[in-house]
Design a binder for this molecule. Structure first.
Ligand code: SOE
Length: 386
């Protein structure tokens, strides 16, 4: 069995999710290229050494420059904050390493295009971490659309709703700082919905949006910097430089109309990542908080039993399901990362680009920026303008 030696940068939320995926591959997908958890990298020696031990890495380093140059590393996996993606990706591509980068790919469209160009010039494989594509129920939605079973598609309605910063005293963590995160709910949550829309319906032609920063100033963070930083704040305040919520309308190349809403201010919604798609022959509805299910409606059903029905995407007929448990035994968030990793490993093994790759990352960035331009200029913006 072929092996690939991984060097991973970042060991917090995404670092843990990716590490877990590498660990599960040998057990559940033993017949594909296998990852070797060679070296993990983080700035804080104590933190990264603990993570290395806990997550099962062979070793750790504190300097990513050193990591990308090492001869015993074939793939660089970037889970660092968004402002570091580009620099690391360019250096790693130059060193001939394959790349796996968390979303959003970069802070700007320009930077993401540079990253794609560098990856293409280096002839390496590249993947971007839009993990929600890999929920079997989402893949079923795509299959139904591709096979024409929903007919002509009229509507895409996408929501990504969270509420973790609704408290004005929640500290100004890096995700609320434009220079590090690029944008707020738009690039963090909306990016996922945009990618799902691309995956399910195809290209977006034009957009018009609106956004708001409800809480303009927040206490500077204390020792904690992640999503659970609540209560860890200093008395000093700083400006929030990203959007708290961004909404936009879109017209797809296939003629469908789309509406998108990303917010961190939807009280009671911890992680409502959902979409509904309506076509001439039926509809599908997905909600990540019930990620094993796809609600499906077909106009051709007999009149007396018409209505949405719940498909549990855990049967052998569903993507990745056979690798897991018997039908009806459900899977979770971490499985989206495992499936994404499987796609990456299979693509490298088969000498093809994984999907989604940096091209998809650039396409997403283009829509993020088109929406921002539309907000700044208060008008419809065509994708091709950017
Ligand atoms: C936090 O808002 C976050 O973890 C995002 O960064 C992820 O991309 C999303 O999957 C869930 O929410």
């Amino acid at each position: 069995m072929k092996q690939i030696r991984v060097g991973m940068i970042g060991y917090k939320f995404m670092g843990k999710a990716h590490s877990h995926a590498y660990r599960d591959v040998p057990m559940f997908f033993p017949n594909i290229m296998q990852p070797v958890m060679q070296t993990i990298c983080g700035r804080d020696a104590e933190g990264v050494s603990l993570a290395a031990k806990q997550f099962g890495w062979n070793g750790y380093v504190t300097d990513w420059n050193e990591l990308v140059q090492r001869d015993d590393i074939d793939l660089i996996d970037i889970n660092a904050p968004s402002d570091m993606h580009k620099e690391i990706a360019l250096a790693a591509a130059k060193a001939g390493k394959h790349l796996f980068c968390e979303k959003p790919l970069a802070l700007s469209l320009k930077d993401s295009r540079e990253m794609l160009a560098a990856a293409e010039a280096a002839g390496i494989k590249h993947m971007v971490g839009f993990n929600y594509r890999f929920a079997p129920a989402v893949q079923l939605a795509r299959k139904l659309i591709q096979e024409g079973r929903l007919g002509k598609i009229y509507h895409f309605r996408g929501l990504f709703l969270q509420d973790w910063i609704i408290d004005p005293e929640f500290p100004l963590v890096w995700r609320l700082q434009k220079n590090i995160a690029g944008s707020g709910s738009h690039g963090d949550l909306g990016a996922h919905t945009i990618d799902l829309a691309h995956y399910l319906l195809g290209d977006i032609q034009e957009v018009i949006g609106m956004s708001e920063t409800f809480i303009k100033e927040r206490p500077l963070p204390g020792s904690m910097s992640g999503l659970s930083a609540k209560g860890s704040a200093s008395n000093e305040k700083g400006a929030v430089t990203v959007d708290d919520a961004t909404l936009f309308l879109a017209r797809f190349a296939n003629g469908a109309l789309g509406s998108f809403e990303a917010t961190r201010f939807a009280a009671g919604h911890r992680c409502t990542n959902s979409f509904e798609i309506n076509g001439s022959k039926g509809s599908v509805k997905f909600d990540f908080e019930r990620m094993n299910e796809l609600q499906v409606y077909f106009t051709e059903d007999a009149e007396d039993v018409q209505g949405f029905r719940r498909i549990l995407a855990t049967d052998p007929a569903h993507a990745y399901a056979e690798a897991w448990w018997p039908p009806g035994h459900t899977i979770g968030y971490e499985h989206t990362f495992i499936h994404e990793t499987v796609e990456l490993l299979q693509a490298i093994e088969e000498d093809r680009q994984p999907v989604p790759n940096f091209t998809d990352g650039v396409k997403c960035q283009q829509i993020l920026e088109a929406v921002e331009l539309s907000i700044a200029e208060r008008r419809w913006v065509r994708t091709e303008e950017l």
